[in-house]
Design a protein around this ligand. Sequence first.
Ligand code: ADP
Length: 549
Amino acid sequence: MHTFVRPSTFTLADVDRKLNAAKLSLPKAQQLTPPDSSSEGGSSPSEADYFPEFPSEEVRPLDQCIAIFEKGPRPASASLALLNDEEVIQLADAGKIAAYALEKLLGMDALERAVRIRRALISRASSTQTLESSAIPHESYDYSRVLGACCENVVGYIPIPLGVAGPLKVDGVSYPIPMATAEGTLVASTSRGCKALNAGGGVTTVLTADGMTRGPAIDFPSLVQAGQAKAWIESEEGYSALRTAFESTSRFAKLKSLKTALAGRTLYIRFTTATGDAMGMNMISKGTEKALDALQKRFPGMVILALSGNYCTDKKPAAINWIEGRGKSVVAEAVVPGHVVKNVLKTTVQDLCNLNIKKNLIGSAMAGSIGGFNAHAANILTAIFLATGQDPAQNVESSMCMTLMEPTNDGEDLLISVNMPCIEVGTVGGGTVLGPQQGVLDMLGVRGAHPTQPGKNAQTLARIIASAVMAGELSLMSALAAGHLIRAHMAHNRSQVNTPAPSAPVTPGPQSNTVPAQLARSNSGRSPFSPLTPLTPSMSQLSLSKLRR
Ligand code: ADP
């Protein structure tokens, strides 16, 4: 290994001398572009290729750094390789380098260095100055997959614990359920649900629809023209013209339907398309743009206000998604044997069904919910979204779910289903290009494009998610139902002598001297399962408190 002793003053001549020395010892393919070369292209050798231990930690004056940066070897990354981090920071502070362009300037071999330098720049300019030395990790990450695809102005990455629930049998195949979450008990609870579902033979799923949507807003100069455009789009000729234009953009984009609506002179068109294994927003946006070009040829006076006019509807609650579906629409069902409900879930079929009606159906109806007829679908779905590189903001509509429960087999067993019309997932594109997320998709056997049936990987992922949501629903609903039983048991069957006093005093009410309402009901032979039953702390209640939704 070479050891360079830095002279006390270091000039461009020294740089040239060292460059020349390095040039002699480098293989031809790695030799440096001469300093005066105007060539900007080509791949730049890494800094270690020039001088293994160069530059040192000594920070040269700004004018020297500027001279090296501006007059040194090209491309610029070769000059910046001659400067240490503090010297590059100096250049950025002096306005010679934009922090957002560090990756471009430093080159593909120095992506982690770009992140390190940006952290320092942002940290030192902030009021707290903590970022640089914070616990936010930035090393050992493949930033080449992030660049130009996943994130800008990168300063590191946020690790989230990854747990695995299950395995869960879905359509006859056993899958580990990956969940990235910081919510304690979520993975354990989902695992319990998986165990109960497996005991009944697992989950069966049906994919009822697969179509991503985009809904542009278009203004027309008159209502009459807007009406004509609507009619043309709905005609065979219009639909066919738009479809041809739309499908010219990708071999995976297959237009499935167009739904139109008028509001005054503004026309909304909801494009629905198959997107293969991609979640599809990029793909459908490109197709929609082309289709609108075709529409514009027919109606030159129209003005495209926005490619997304919220008629899609992406990342916002909307009844149109709940009713028409968006992404993958999945219905999943399972039968859980009565003895499993009793022994694993510690409750009864009857109590589960009753609670499901009162909470997930009537409670949500009373709250005016759209698609929120479930206990905590978003919990499981979002954890799997994060683990598999999905767009987490799409949990808004993807979590829409109606959970249904009814007794079956003469009331012995539980029939449960989850109905999820908008699971928006992909196994190519977006965050699925990142290595760790790909590792998770590999574990499920659904990474990337399906080799023979485009779309099958993404559809399988949607089926797994719906089934895992069912496990989460079953477990939490059982915990709530069982908690109810425990409370009733504590209030009515335990010796008063041995029952510890509640940790929080019961709020005194006007009838505090009278017989407690729930006891009165119990004594009169009515249901002891009253919501007024006082809470006595217990282990199951403590763990319940975290998952209560
Ligand atoms: P999105 O449309 O979800 O935002 P991207 O545009 O990032 O996703 O990725 C989709 C790209 O992947 C498209 O360019 C498409 O040509 C390519 N691709 C390769 N194989 C497939 C596949 N099986 N299904 C969908 N897209 C695929």
